[in-house]
Design a binder for this molecule. Structure first.
Ligand code: NG6
Ligand code: CA
Length: 509
């Protein structure tokens, strides 16, 4: 005989089943998203894209299980504008103050902006950013209090959790900032930062080269931290200073614990590595791994970080329900300001692959970067040549999560979900890109027009063809991916069409 209690229990079974079902459905609708953002790793730096002298097996594994993009672009050929566009869905050249940021820059994205992290927040996700930030912190440049709560910061832009390097490895302050407070800071030894002048009595790379273990090749001769001179001046915060050889371990560890903590609910993790930006100081266990010196070793260290993420989501049993995207913030550079043997030991390795130029450049090497998306069971594995850009993350993921963007949010972001999932999309019709001098180019998948603009055609310090010319440049990327032949003179109608289109996009607000 059934008791009253058993009846009550039976009655709850359907609703229990229902809630189990809805959890399952919710999980399928809300895959975790891990966005791995390499720094200065070029198209040709990874073995899945044809590198022979460097082996990156974990990235290869990701590429095998997902879609590998051959025409994925960062929005700019340097870091800050690429990251700005990634998070806001707006081309950075529309806004002043979005160039390469100093380490004491105020928050470049203002709190009222709708961001990629807001998309996920609105979708009910836990959101986190770990690694290189380089988008400014605090209200105003030069006036942050590094010894207190630094705001605005990631928490004002949709991130529940942050563990970041304020700017870059080569810029002060050389400390980790967790949830907008400097980690391990001794209040008796406060931090001061300046990008104008040195603090009295503090050594610099310029005046005290005897204190250095890596020498600058250009710039990077200001404050010395961990035997390496940097851009900018700082003093204090001794107990908080990072050790460069530990950065990959520390930030990868934080990324993994974010994943672990949130394994039972949908999460978005923006994991931005310091590898392979300068200064390249890989952990001793990677030293010599590539035979190409610290730059190659840093790429192998990056591959290790990727492997740790893959292992962790497998161990937690969430791999089927996790999208991983891997790409880079701009193209590669060999000598970026330190004498680290990158030039001498490069050998036959081509960091940009067949592409011309690299970081800073208007040529394809500047923005055409590695791109992989994996989502087991959902993405059709393979290779896609569609024209794609990171600026589309906002609209694309809003579409996936069925979130309506507020008006005026992400003005340059397109829904490219079918292409990103390799489910038959066509990619972009047009894409505008910017180089270090803010000169623009526009491409349509076949043709690329580089608008005339100021700046040098070639930068000797980094040995980079920047692509700045005072006349029109037109390249046929399908026939000439290396942009060797300027065919503007032979194709005046195409030049005029792309010029007009560029103007139209520039005027759009
Ligand atoms: C340049 C730095 C370079 C690098 C770059 C930013 C000098 C001489 N060069 O100004 O080393 O830090 O800025 O790189 O200071 S990025 O990947 O963050 O955009
Ligand atoms: Ca970069």
């Amino acid at each position: 005989m059934l008791s009253i209690n058993s009846f009550a229990l039976l009655a709850t079974i359907p609703s229990l089943l229902l809630s189990v079902n809805s959890v399952a459905r919710e999980k399928a609708d809300k895959p975790n998203v891990i966005f791995i953002y390499a720094d200065d790793i070029g198209y040709g730096d990874l073995s899945c894209n044809g590198a022979r002298t460097i082996q990156t097996p974990n990235v290869e594994q990701l590429a095998r299980q997902g879609v590998r993009f051959t025409n994925m672009h960062s929005s700019a050929a340097t870091c800050t504008p690429s990251r700005y566009a990634l998070l806001t869905g707006e081309y950075a050249w529309r806004r002043k103050g979005t160039g390469i940021a100093t380490g004491d820059a105020g928050s470049i994205i203002r709190p009222e902006r709708y961001t990629l992290a807001d998309v996920f927040k609105n979708g009910g996700y836990q959101t986190g950013v770990v690694g290189k930030w380089h988008l400014g912190l605090g209200d105003q440049t030069g006036s942050q209090n590094w010894n207190g709560f630094i705001s605005p910061g990631p928490s004002d832009l949709g991130f529940d959790y942050s563990f970041i390097l304020a700017a870059t490895g080569d810029r002060v302050p050389c400390v980790y900032v967790e949830n907008q407070r400097v980690v391990n800071l001794d209040p008796k030894d406060p931090i001061a930062v300046s990008y104008e002048k040195n603090f009295e009595g503090e050594p610099t790379g310029k005046q005290n080269p005897e204190m250095l273990r890596i020498y600058p090749s250009h710039g990077h001769d200001m404050s010395i931290v961990n035997g390496i001179s940097r851009i900018g001046f700082m003093k204090g915060g001794k107990s908080a200073l990072w050790k460069d050889e530990e950065i990959a371990d520390v930030i990868t560890g934080k990324a993994l614990s974010f994943i672990e903590t949130n394994r039972n609910r949908p999460f978005f993790l923006y994991f931005a590595t310091q590898d392979a930006h300068v200064p390249r100081v890989p952990n001793p266990r990677f030293v010599g791994a590539s035979g190409m010196g610290p730059r190659g070793d840093a790429i192998i260290e990056f591959d290790w970080s990727v492997g740790e993420v893959l292992k962790t989501i497998k161990r937690l049993g969430i791999e089927k329900n996790t999208i991983i995207i891997l790409t880079s913030d701009n193209g590669p550079v060999v000598d970026d300001g330190y004498k680290d043997q990158a030039v001498e030991l490069l050998g036959d390795h081509k960091p940009s692959g067949v592409l011309r130029g690299g970081k800073y450049s208007s040529f394809e090497g500047g923005t055409r970067v590695p791109g992989i998306l994996s989502w087991p069971g959902k993405v059709i594995p393979g290779v896609s040549d569609n024209l794609l850009c990171q600026v589309d993350m906002v609209a694309t993921f809003a579409e996936l999560l069925r979130i309506k963007l507020p008006e005026n949010a992400a003005p340059d972001s397109e829904i490219q979900l079918k292409s990103w999932l390799n489910q038959g999309g066509k990619g972009r019709n047009m894409l505008v890109l910017q180089n270090v001098n803010n000169n623009l180019s526009i491409e349509d998948g076949t043709w690329k027009f580089i608008a005339p603009g100021p700046g040098l055609p070639y930068d000797a310090a980094t040995n980079t063809e920047l692509g700045n010319l005072t006349q029109d440049q037109l390249y046929d990327l399908t026939k000439d991916p290396g942009e060797k032949q300027n065919v503007a003179a032979q194709n005046p109608i195409i030049v005029e069409k792309l010029k007009a289109k560029l103007k139209l996009i520039q005027q759009k607000r």
